[in-house]
Design a protein around this ligand. Structure first.
Ligand SMILES: [Zn+2]
Ligand SMILES: [Zn+2]
Length: 648
């Protein structure tokens, strides 16, 4: 039999008979590894331990220690195990597909009865039995027709449809978890017992259309999470509980910040408290941008389709645009406009007014740009995903040589803003050229190099996503981490070689000839709506004092203190503190409780002792103790705390 040479990660080579499986290779290394092995990587591709290796290759054997690989396999095997458990409990249920997703997997089932909470419990118990049985995982390659006949005989119409969609000349890979069979590309674990039985949880059931198409049959999707050990599962469940407590939709109600309603789906009704946060953040961003050399502009909401056709959005993005038809001057033909889904084409219009020379560059145009994008009703989520939002948008028109310094100063600004807002951890992803793109390789080399140099120059770590850039240029994405470890993609910096060219932006170079500037799209917060949602959840509603919409409540303990209460409120207001009086005839504990729910950071209680001594009893949100202090000291402290970080 022919020999093949396998190269291990440490560089060692070893010969095996052609057709050897990775499981056999593991066994040849050590019985311990054979037992612990979960999968292999052969020439960089995921490889089932049972598949034969036919030629020379690089090989790596994975165990549960290899987190990413192990999680993928555990979740994928659990999807099969769950489907088997469901069919063992209810043989009439039809199975479809069950992909791995973030933190777990889901599987779509066709069943007349809805799955109840008890059903999920029964499925979980059955899955544990299957895991404990340590049933072997087996795989075979079948002819397509045999697979179709097999699924027809089993009355699994969705599987028949899946196999029929595979090209006729392709073989079909089949998998068995014990006696239970499913169609799958693999790879899989060696046996069901390799899945940790105590580290998964079925979470919820939701409706889902077959193949995501509402004309198709509605199925039931069971969502689940899985990890490598019980501790990780517990940490995840705790994080979810913590997230639920911090849900910005609930806090938004308690703090009276905003609401949403059916007549304007995905568009926010800001209430006075919420709008105060918004405006405070906007004022802060305006000062920061002005300080960084941006000029603020404002462009129209409703723009004729002609401009969207020129920019390419009409063709590529129309499904997400709100269309506005107008009877212009009573004309027979309606004029078709769109609400702007992004500000970029309008900014080029501002740039294009008047001749520009290299001396005008870089030109940084900023707009708190109100945009509208159609999102399906199912995908909307509080402030996090909306149809109407305002970006902290800006476009820098620059020469290719200016990309690096512009990028570096942008990252410095972003870092400082995130720090001021309480986020010190963020990740940078650099996305490079995709296969389909505009612009010469020379320009791409320059732009990618400039972005990388800018990050390196600041000494920041980053990841490279090869080929993930837009067709019009490379980009940086900035993902911040919140207080409970969740990641949010907010900032972006994108080079664009396409739009300025399409819309005829030019500048006269030092050589006297006309050139097209590079357009740098950039945002720090992303949108005000979403960023405020993130901040509410990050701080669990207890925003930094300067951002808190209600900063101080001055509460009377007895009604004889009312005059002093009003004096304290007026003095605080005069020093720029958002203060209000609570002189209702209620017990002080009742008042404190109520304002704590409203997340007011400071409560000053005032009784006769305070009136006589001109003091206040200060209680901070979340503290149980009260401090009696001279009002003058408190006034100075609160007036300083009320300043935005850039003004201190
Ligand atoms: Zn599978
Ligand atoms: Zn843009």
């Amino acid at each position: 039999m022919a020999q093949i040479s396998l190269t291990f990660p440490d560089g060692n080579k070893r010969d095996f008979a052609s057709g050897v499986t990775a499981a056999e290779v593991a066994a040849a290394i050590s019985p311990g590894l054979a037992k612990k092995a979960v999968s292999a990587l052969v020439d960089g591709a995921p490889f089932d331990l049972q598949w034969p290796i036919e030629g020379d290759a690089r090989i790596a054997i994975h165990t549960l220690q290899d987190e990413a690989v192990a999680l993928e396999l555990i979740r994928h095997d659990l999807a099969h195990i769950m489907a088997r458990a469901v069919q063992e409990l209810w043989p009439e249920v039809k199975v479809t597909i069950g992909p791995v997703i973030k933190d777990g997997w889901y599987y779509d089932f066709d069943r007349a009865e809805p799955f109840s909470a008890e059903d999920l419990g029964a499925i979980e118990a059955k899955m544990k039995q299957i895991i404990n049985a340590r049933d072997p995982v087996k795989t075979e390659v079948w002819e397509r027709d045999a697979a179709i006949a097999f699924y027809k005989a089993k009355d699994e119409p969705f599987k028949v449809e899946l196999v029929e969609a595979i090209p006729a000349d392709q073989k079909i890979r089949m998998y068995w978890h014990g006696p239970w069979q499913d169609l799958c590309r693999g790879p899989h674990l060696q046996h069901t017992g390799q899945v940790p039985a105590d580290s998964f949880r079925l979470m919820s059931v939701a409706g889902a259309y077959w193949r995501g198409d509402s004309r198709n049959k509605q199925l039931q999707r069971i969502y689940a999470v899985a990890f490598r050990n019980r501790e990780d599962l517990k940490a995840h469940l705790t994080m979810l509980e913590e997230a639920a407590k911090r849900d910005h939709r609930r806090l938004g109600k308690e703090m009276e910040l905003f609401h949403l309603q059916e007549e304007a789906p995905g568009m926010v009704f800001w209430h006075p408290n919420g709008w105060l946060i918004y405006r405070t953040l906007e004022d802060y961003m305006r000062r920061r941008q002005r300080g960084a050399g941006y000029q603020e502009i404002r462009t129209p909401q409703v723009v004729d389709r002609v401009l969207w056709e020129r920019s390419g959005h009409w063709e590529a993005y129309r499904e997400n645009m709100f269309i506005v038809e107008v009877d212009e001057d009573g004309a027979k033909e309606k004029r078709i406009n769109a609400l702007k889904p992004m500000n970029c084409p309008c900014h080029v219009q501002v740039y294009n007014q008047g001749l520009k020379s290299y001396r005008n560059l870089p030109l940084r145009l900023a707009e708190f740009g109100s945009c509208h994008r159609y999102e399906s009703s199912g995908s909307m989520h509080g402030l996090m995903r909306v149809r109407g939002f305002t970006q902290d948008d800006a476009h820098i028109f620059a020469t290719p040589d200016q990309i690096e310094t512009e990028c570096a100063s942008f990252i410095a600004l972003l870092t400082s803003v995130y720090h001021d807002l309480g986020f010190d951890r963020f990740e940078i992803k650099l996305s490079t050229r995709p296969d389909v793109r505009v612009g010469s390789d020379e320009v791409w080399d320059k732009a990618e190099g400039a972005l990388e140099q800018a990050i390196n120059g600041l000494g920041l770590p980053y990841q490279i996503a090869e080929g993930d850039g837009s067709f019009y240029g490379p980009k940086l994405d900035f993902k911040l981490t919140d207080a409970i470890g969740r990641e949010w993609q907010c900032g972006t910096f994108q080079c664009d070689f396409n739009l300025p060219d399409r819309l005829g932006a030019e500048y006269v170079g030092e050589d006297g000839a006309k050139h097209t500037p590079v357009m740098l799209h950039r945002a720090i917060l992303g949108s005000f709506e979403r960023f405020i949602g993130i901040m509410i959840e990050n701080y669990a509603g207890r925003l930094p004092f300067w951002l808190a919409p209600r900063q101080v409540v001055v509460a009377s303990i007895v009604s004889d203190a009312d005059a002093y209460v009003h004096e304290v409120v007026a003095t605080l207001k005069a020093r720029g503190v958002r203060a209000e009086a609570d002189v209702r005839n209620e017990k002080i504990n009742y008042k404190v409780r109520e304002h704590s729910v409203g997340k007011v950071p400071v409560i000053l209680a005032i009784g006769m002792k305070e009136v006589e001594e001109r003091t206040v009893s200060l209680r901070r949100l979340g503290d149980t103790k009260t401090e009696t202090l001279s009002f003058d000291t408190v006034l100075d402290d609160l007036a300083t705390a009320a300043l935005a970080p850039d003004l201190v």
